[in-house]
Ligand binder design. Structure first.
Ligand code: SAM
Length: 386
């Protein structure tokens, strides 16, 4: 395999190349490597660094004793960066022979034998055999086949990437139903739908093991969803967590939406606003997507780094930090089209909602989306008056 060294953050890593200096398309390489995921990895390094500090300060676990698993490591670039830049003890696992060899070469290249070990197992077997303080799942497409084992293996933090946004957001409906045992809706807030369907599935996997989660950060960026979930144990707490799983009924005629918390609820199908038939999405996560303090600490961490995507990463995390935790966002242009008015600037709309006494924020999902606690009638009258 031809290889070359690339630098991401503070770490040089060997990755496969097609010919001298010419990169493979990620899926055609003998070992997967996608330079476009640098942003995802930059945020990961900052988030894991913040969480490692939390573990060492609150639970007295020295950073070098924290066990981090990159369960689907490929070249190892994610875990190599985390071992090198955060300092946690790292296991890099991949069942492919080529990937395993490249991981071993990378450990040699960085001289980090004391901090990293390579493993060549089926990730599900490894996660059923061993527990890690932090488990990271970064698969091809859907993480669904790995969630049961990851929900068992992750002691304190579970980080998950999903690149199967079409099933998650309802564009490939049956695939989404099969993988996530839930019904997504493909409408204007499909990006948030994808995040909430994924989190709903993980919450149910954890609950089956009397475990619970607290989302610290969740973002939908480009073609993927990424989430960081603090994990804990206890049947009662798992029951309370499940109260944050439920359904959204959505009226496609007037854009009315209503949340129904709890998995076993009776949901009427007539829109109380315009009497059209509503559509139902779920079960999905209705709780918080982010913790403000955690996002704030990631921002401080990003500020210190040399990451290539620093400004983009900061923008995403700032928007997540300031986003209202209300399911689900409104799309300003869709509402304006329905009302037959032209759209004001999004900041003007948010300022006006606030000056009328409502909570309102932008979201990281799209530049023309907003969240508010105002009722739809109130939102419409404010939009019409701008
Ligand atoms: N995390 C990597 C990164 O940041 O570049 C990318 C990982 S790549 C998308 C997915 C990897 O998972 C592939 O290298 C594949 O060989 C490996 N894989 C797929 N199924 C696996 C399984 N059941 N057990 C172990 N490795 C697996």
């Amino acid at each position: 395999m031809n290889i070359r060294a690339v630098k991401e953050g503070k770490t040089e890593v060997l990755v496969p190349v097609h010919e001298e200096g010419v990169s493979f398309p990620p899926s055609a390489a003998p070992v997967f490597y996608n330079p476009a995921m640098e942003l995802n990895r930059d945020i990961s390094v900052a988030a894991i660094s913040v969480f490692a500090k939390i573990l060492s300060e609150r639970r007295n676990i020295p950073v070098e004793n924290i066990r981090y698993l990159d369960a689907l490591a490929a070249s190892g670039i994610r875990g190599l960066r985390i071992a090198n830049e955060v300092g946690v003890h790292t296991t890099l696992n991949d069942w492919s022979e080529d990937a395993f060899e490249l991981i071993e070469r990378n450990i040699e290249y960085l001289g980090l034998h004391d901090r990293i070990n390579a493993s060549r197992k089926n990730a599900n077997v490894l996660m059923h055999e061993e527990r890690f303080n932090i488990v990271d799942i970064d698969p091809f497409g859907t993480p669904a086949p790995f969630l049961a084992a990851a929900a068992r293996s992750a002691v304190h933090l579970l980080a998950v990437t999903a690149t199967d946004t079409a099933p998650l957001c309802g564009a490939h409906l049956n695939s989404g139903i099969r993988k996530y045992s839930a019904v997504p809706l493909n409408n204007e807030y499909h990006a948030e739908m994808a995040v909430r369907i994924l989190l709903g599935k993980i919450a149910r996997e954890l609950a089956a093991r009397d475990r619970f989660m607290r989302p610290l950060l969740s973002h939908a960026t480009r073609h993927y969803v990424r989430t960081y979930l603090e994990i804990g144990n206890g049947a009662k707490k798992a029951d309370r967590m499940l109260e944050q799983v439920g359904y959204i009924s959505h009226c496609p005629s007037c854009d009315f939406r209503e949340t129904h918390a709890g998995i076993a609820v009776h949901i009427a199908s007539e829109c109380p606003r315009c009497s059209s038939e509503t559509q139902l999405a779920g079960p999905l996560w209705l709780g918080k997507l982010h913790e403000t303090d955690f996002c704030g600490d990631i921002l401080k961490e990003l500020e210190k780094t040399e990451s290539g995507t620093k400004e983009q990463a900061k923008k995403i995390i700032e928007l997540c930090r300031d986003e209202l935790d209300i399911p689900v966002f409104y799309e300003q242009h869709l509402l304006c089209k329905r009302l037959g008015v032209s759209a004001s600037g999004i900041n003007e709309l948010i300022d006006t909602l606030r000056s009328c006494g409502f909570a309102a924020s932008r979201t990281h999902f799209s530049g023309t989306s907003f969240k508010t606690d105002a009722e739809l009638d109130e939102i419409e009258s404010i939009i019409s008056m701008l």
